[in-house]
Write a protein that binds this ligand. Structure first.
Ligand code: MG
Ligand code: MG
Length: 285
């Protein structure tokens, strides 16, 4: 299926401890790339500039960019500014002050995939948009809170949707979802960012999933760009996207990706406004 980084998965593969460590390595490399992006982002730079550096960094670590060539996707990073929700092709357009830029990256290392994403704010971003970013980032952790043995997939979906839509005028994008991850970039199960508590697959140890809320400032409707890839918010208002890969465990999820180096790069880059988390999160993993 061309024009999509998501495809219909087939069955669930539960992972061994050894496999989970390999998945962690691939995910941590993704975060190294996102941290590099966070250290470099500034007005005047283009998506293409970032993409080239990201690919070099991944190959320097003996890994392969997971998105490049996936269903024909032409780049290492998805770079989705402002009203682009996800799957933006890095181009020559220069970033400018006030942009919010969602960056998604995947790696393939030692036979396993890593996947994570982060939305950055360049310069003087409006407070209403900063709040969209904070809420979206926080909703990811609300989902992760539910990703433990004994809960159901719908508990994750519900926690994200309820947190985002109950007290905010924002909308969850429905057409794109999180996913299992392992020897394939996208495995079963699909992990929607909306749903009902107590529904769906019973979560058990060894399940590795990517949770990735995509939230629009305005309405939930999306459209696909003429480039056959980029997904835009139909109303042209900004969108945000944060993603972690994680392993389901007994007491709490083991987050395999790590936003901390990304947040450090963000804090140390004077061109960026930091997206603070709204609440303290427990230590996972
Ligand atoms: Mg991703
Ligand atoms: Mg993903």
């Amino acid at each position: 299926m061309r024009g999509s980084l998501q495809q219909k998965p087939t069955r669930i593969f539960y992972k061994t401890k050894e496999e989970i460590e390999l998945l962690r390595e691939a995910s941590l490399l993704v975060c190294k790339v996102l941290a590099h992006v966070g250290s470099r982002l500034k007005p005047g730079l283009s998506g293409k500039d970032l993409d080239k550096e990201a690919e070099e960094l991944i190959r320097d670590h003996g890994a392969t960019p997971a998105f490049k060539g996936y269903n024909g996707f032409p780049a290492t990073l998805c770079v989705s500014p402002n009203e682009a929700v996800v799957h933006g092709i890095p181009g020559d357009a220069e970033f400018k002050d006030g942009d919010v830029v969602s960056v998604d990256c995947g790696t393939f290392l030692h036979g396993y995939y890593g996947d994570a994403a982060y939305t950055f704010a360049i310069g003087d971003v409006k407070e209403e948009v900063m709040q969209l970013l904070r809420v979206t980032k926080n909703s990811l952790y609300r989902g992760i809170d539910q990703a433990k043995q004994g809960r159901r997939l719908g508990d994750i979906s519900y926690a994200i949707q309820n947190y985002v839509e109950r007290e905010n005028p924002y909308s969850i994008v429905r057409e794109l979802v999180g996913h299992g991850i392992g020897k394939s970039l996208h495995e079963d199960p699909e992990v929607p960012n909306y749903g009902s508590r107590g529904n769906g697959l019973l979560l058990k140890e060894g399940l590795v999933i990517a949770i990735e809320p995509m939230v629009n400032l305005g309405r939930k409707d999306i459209r696909q760009s003429d480039d056959q890839w980029t997904i835009f918010a139909q109303d042209g208002l900004p969108a945000a996207h944060y993603e972690h890969s994680l392993a389901v465990r007994k007491g709490a999820a083991d987050i395999l990706s790590d936003h901390q180096p990304v947040e450090e790069a963000e804090a140390n880059n004077p061109e960026l406004k930091s997206v603070e988390t709204l609440e303290a999160h427990p230590q996972y993993g």
